[in-house]
Write a protein that binds this ligand. Structure first.
Ligand code: FES
Length: 138
């Protein structure tokens, strides 16, 4: 069957759905780079983020322990999606920085871009500690 013949057998709704999908798949730098909003979750520090340099991702946010002790200054939390094309960043504990392995963007622990191509900083979230509970909001 020729391509033209095959396309002729498809109904209009199927063709419309394909056009929408193809348009969505070809975009870059779209909403996938957008930082989550309305973030509000807590982490029990008795079982998580116990060592300096440890990290975890939750609700689109990367949370890292930067220093010993359970105070807000011992942690940072930034959006997980790189601002370039939305690939999930990783925490590089040795370099004390966030790295996106897709195209090499690097961010400091506050989320600021130190190496592109990322066009803007990662959103940084507020962190607070009450006892052994770390809360991330923003
Ligand atoms: S998606 Fe992160 S550098 Fe391109």
């Amino acid at each position: 069957m020729e391509r033209r013949d095959f396309l002729g057998t498809l109904s209009a709704p199927v063709l419309a759905a394909c056009a929408v999908c193809m348009g969505a798949c070809s975009k870059s730098g779209d909403s996938s780079t957008t930082a989550p909003t309305g973030v509000n979750f807590s982490i029990d520090l008795n079982g998580s983020l116990t060592t300096v340099g440890s990290s975890l991702a939750q609700s689109g946010v990367m949370v890292v322990r930067l220093a010993a002790g359970n105070s807000a200054g011992s942690f940072t939390a930034v959006q997980q999606a790189c601002t370039h094309e939305g690939v999930a960043i990783n925490y590089d504990a040795q370099g004390t920085r966030f790295v996106c392995n897709a195209h090499g963007s690097v961010f400091n622990t506050s989320g600021a871009v130190t190496t592109g191509p990322a066009p803007r900083a990662l959103k940084q979230y507020s962190v607070s500690v009450t006892g052994t509970t770390l809360t991330i909001t923003g």
